[in-house]
Design a protein. Sequence first.
Length: 180
Amino acid sequence: MIPLALSTFGVQFTAWTIYIAVLLYFSAYFIQLCSFKDPLRKAHLYRWTWGLGALAFLIHVLSAFHFYHNWSHESAYQSTAKSTEEILGTAFGEGVYFSYTFLGLWILDALWLFLEPKLSFKRPKFLTCILHIYITFIFFSGLIFFEGLRARIIGGIGFTLLFLGFVMLRKRTSNTPPAL
């Protein structure tokens, strides 16, 4: 339920900031799946797309806190509890902490890409995998289960294309002969 004081601008601004964040999120993953002749250009494009996505999500969270929750953590907690009860049948306000963790991890990862780009690409693969599995899980559950029809359609299309991209990449790399 939208608070009575919430303006049309607030609703639209909050919605568009998440749409932009989602578009940049998917774009960053598609960049990772694509072949580039210049790996530095690919890394640069990924860094900016990932970073701008994190910034858009930060603006989305700040917008939601301003327009929907009047800067109240308790309001965000109660809203999360209500949403999970409607979807899962059990109120789970603690889910808001998963969103905070998501935001923190994405922002920290984006900052790391900008402050130490060479080091961030050399970190252990398992850390990168854990990070991206978590971020993808939160995006998937948020878009598919907790948002409206428009977000479900966008998320469904994006995740389908991302899955197909992974399948095509796997097929392409499995057909590559081993280096001698």
